[in-house]
Design a binder for this molecule. Structure first.
Ligand code: UD1
Length: 418
């Protein structure tokens, strides 16, 4: 299994092009099932999670081909409705996202209950609630979800919580339903907007994405489309923290600054300089960063996927910082790893109190999930001595060429296979 060896690398400097967003690409790949035709996607990141979605789509009968490094052609004309078993779904929670498109196109779907990051219980009750409202019988037994319908019918649906995945699945299911679906308390993440833009390019009628109320008018048929995936706001945020934390100077290209407002605001509060310029952003650190507090919230609040990276930074800031995690209950598993590096963090339920320490020390640590893995690299960049990050398959699920990108900024990071 691969590991990263990270050595102290202050003052990271240079340019990074941000890759396409994994969390936008995954639902869009699933939505290609709805085209029943050829779809061309640009800026698709080359990641393990994308390969898992490729395996799922090819199992269903899709033709899947990268015609350039990040340009993908998918032909779903020969897709058939087949069961998707545990081997595929256990690897990634986002595998549930094929349910909406399969239900819309075929009226039925059978998939094994999903796996994914170990960051919480992550039920799919809200997805099923939405499907049931559209007239689908959903039965969960023997580790499978079996869903049947005689044709989906548009409905008013209220989500008890603005779940990203449930919003995406319900929008996709409703695209070919009879009549109009009105989804209230929908998630407002930029990835929902990107999915809706793609669906509309295929001929769907989705309005209101990015607001809490989304209206989907069912249409007869969807077809071919081309689309460019939005930049990955979490990858961007990770490099922005790297700039601030190492007292560096990093310019990011391919960024939509309105997607990362909470990250920009927090970094400024912490003393970094952030210059926005169209699709570019430049972050400069400071030798005297300030402690701060964060509370994760659904978009446009502070993203849970940036929480661990900020905690890595808080570890080396003089003073006390507080992190409240309201989205996933297991996102503090990384705290034990930070403690191995000399961090001083106390947890009380969903609150972590981080007391800044003089310095972190290089240690052997484990990536407990995808974002935690990125946070451990960040911690390794400022720690004295060598940090060995194990279980980096988590990081490979979601960051494209992460070590090359860090190396180009002057970081001392090496991948080793053991
Ligand atoms: C997506 C992102 C993930 C991000 C998360 C929150 C993808 C592929 N993944 O995950 O990176 O951390 O949004 O921004 O886009 N919940 C329920 N019932 C449900 C669905 C969700 O209780 O049916 C709960 C979950 O357990 C969790 C919370 O809602 O506590 C948020 O989950 P959700 O927004 O659905 O996240 P994902 O779509 O899984």
């Amino acid at each position: 299994m691969d590991k990263f060896l990270v050595n102290k690398s202050m003052n990271l400097k240079g340019k990074v092009r941000v890759s396409g967003a994994k969390n936008a690409a995954l639902p869009i790949l699933a939505a290609s099932i709805l085209a029943g035709d050829e779809v061309i996607l640009e800026d698709v990141p080359r990641l393990r999670d994308i390969e898992i979605m490729e395996d799922i789509l090819t199992t269903l009968g899709a033709d899947f081909e990268f015609i350039e490094e990040n340009k993908l052609r998918i032909d779903t004309s020969r897709v058939e409705n087949k069961d998707i078993g545990y081997e595929l779904t256990s690897q990634m929670r986002a595998s549930t996202l094929i349910m909406g498109p399969l239900l819309a196109r075929f009226g039925n779907a059978k998939i094994s209950l999903p796996g994914g990051c170990t960051i919480g219980t992550r039920p799919i009750d809200l997805h099923l609630k939405g499907f049931r409202a559209l007239g689908v019988d959903c039965d969960v037994h023997n580790g499978y979800i079996e869903a049947h319908s005689e044709g989906l019918v548009g409905q008013k649906i209220y989500l008890d919580f603005p779940s990203v995945g449930a919003t995406e699945n319900i929008i996709m299911a409703a695209t070919l339903a009879e009549g109009e679906t009105i989804l209230d308390n929908a998630a407002m993440e930029p990835e929902i907007v990107d999915l809706s833009n793609f669906l509309n390019k295929m001929g769907a009628d989705v309005k209101g994405a990015g607001t809490p109320t989304i209206r989907i008018k069912g249409v007869e048929k969807l077809g071919k489309a081309s689309h460019q995936i939005i930049p990955d706001r979490i990858e961007a945020g990770t490099f922005m923290v790297a700039a601030a934390m190492t007292d560096g100077d990093i310019e990011l290209e391919n960024i939509i600054t309105s997607h990362i407002k909470p990250v920009i605001a927090k970094l400024k509060e912490m003393g970094a300089t952030v210059e926005e310029n169209g699709s570019h952003i430049r972050v400069k650190g400071t030798s005297e960063p300030k402690a701060t507090d964060i509370k994760t919230m659904p978009h446009p609040g502070f993203p849970t996927d940036m929480q661990a990276q900020f905690m890595a930074f808080m570890n080396i800031i003089d003073g006390t910082s507080v992190v409240i995690e309201t989205i996933f209950e297991n996102r503090f598993r990384i705290v034990d790893e930070f403690k191995r590096m000399g961090a001083d963090i106390k947890i009380d339920g969903r609150t972590a109190i981080v007391q800044g320490v003089e310095e972190l020390t290089g240690s052997e640590v484990k990536a407990t999930d995808l974002r935690a893995g990125a946070a451990l690299i960040l911690a390794g960049l400022v720690a004295e001595g060598e940090t060995i990050v194990d279980d980096i398959y988590h990081i490979d699920r979601g960051y494209e060429n992460i070590e090359e990108k860090f190396k180009a900024l002057g970081a001392n990071i090496k991948r080793v296979s053991v």
